[in-house]
Design a binder for this molecule. Structure first.
Ligand code: THU
Length: 136
């Protein structure tokens, strides 16, 4: 199946899982859906905590599900929030996404109207910390 054709499925799954977000503090529901290399889809939602810094983002949940499922390469990640203004992954999540990305990885940003932007991780996180220095 062609890669592009998964976008609607990613959108539907990210939107659906956002409804399960545990957000008693922010009331801001986010859903994420990852298309992994083998065409498996993994989802996550944000899970907040009374001790605020312990809350986790939707993207982190989806990445954890992907790794638990045995996959390590993100082909696409779609982030959904029902907002007028598009939201982008936070800085920490960009680094998390980068860990499992390559130049072909797509980050799809969506609101209730559908996918509004498709970006590369290098556009969202230019001059990123990578392991080229660690290898020396
Ligand atoms: N949040 C995400 O889950 N993903 C994002 O891309 C942006 C922010 C969550 C964290 C917190 O639970 C709520 O949205 C408000 O910041």
């Amino acid at each position: 199946m062609e890669k592009q054709s998964f976008s609607e499925e990613l959108f539907a799954k990210a939107k659906a899982v956002s409804q399960n977000a545990y957000v008693p503090y922010s009331k801001f529901k986010v859903g994420a859906a990852i298309l992994a290399e083998n065409n498996q889809i993994y989802v996550g939602c944000n899970v907040e905590n009374l001790s605020y810094p312990n809350g986790t983002c939707a993207e982190a949940g989806a990445i954890a599900a992907m790794v638990a499922g045995g996959d390590k390469k993100i082909s696409k990640i779609l982030v959904f929030a029902d907002t007028q203004e598009l939201i982008a992954p936070c800085g920490a999540c960009l680094q998390r996404i980068k860990e499992f990305s390559d130049a072909s990885t797509q980050v799809l940003l969506a609101n209730a109207q559908g996918v509004q932007k498709i970006l590369k991780i290098s556009e969202l996180l230019p001059f990123a910390f990578d392991n080229s220095e660690l290898k020396k």
